[in-house]
Design a binder for this molecule. Sequence first.
Ligand code: MN3
Length: 200
Amino acid sequence: KLPYAYDAHAPWLDTKTMELHHGKHHAGYVTKLNEALMKHPEISEKPLEELLADLGAVPEDIRGAVRNHGGGHWNHSLFWMFLRPGRETNAPEGLLSEKISAQFGSFAEFRKQCTAAAMGVFGSGWVWVVVTNNTQQTTNKLEILTTPNQDTPLALGKHPILALDLWEHAYYLKHQNRRADYIEAWWHVVNWDEVPHRFE
Ligand code: MN3
């Protein structure tokens, strides 16, 4: 269940799209993940993060289902969490804001690079901002990366603090082929309360 109504982010994210996206697309991933896991009760109690971080350990006959539907469930759970009611000017504050400026020069430049990465995704996929967790480094680093389909950053050993869904189901009803318009709208509803919390 979402912690907000389907119209909470309108007009930036329209109500009908939210309804279908969560109630049909995301729900479909959950149903199909559960169907797959029923075939292997021995792993069905494990945290999903654990399965996605080590897909090689998932029984082969359901590995594809866990990757796609498990990934779909996990990715969308983050995507919803990183939304808040829209505002004209929407930017981070505090520690994350300082980190972004130090690493990218400015929030505008960070936004530009994220948008360029999103526009460069061919077909369906995701853009992520992740924090590198390299024990050799004294400070963590922000990184923008993309994954195809429902692949997760967990499989790459990365920990996301921001997620952007680039499947057409996320925007086609309102924006049709204009992915750039959707991305522009999404920047207005990024949850800069939750994202810095996760970063910290
Ligand atoms: Mn989606």
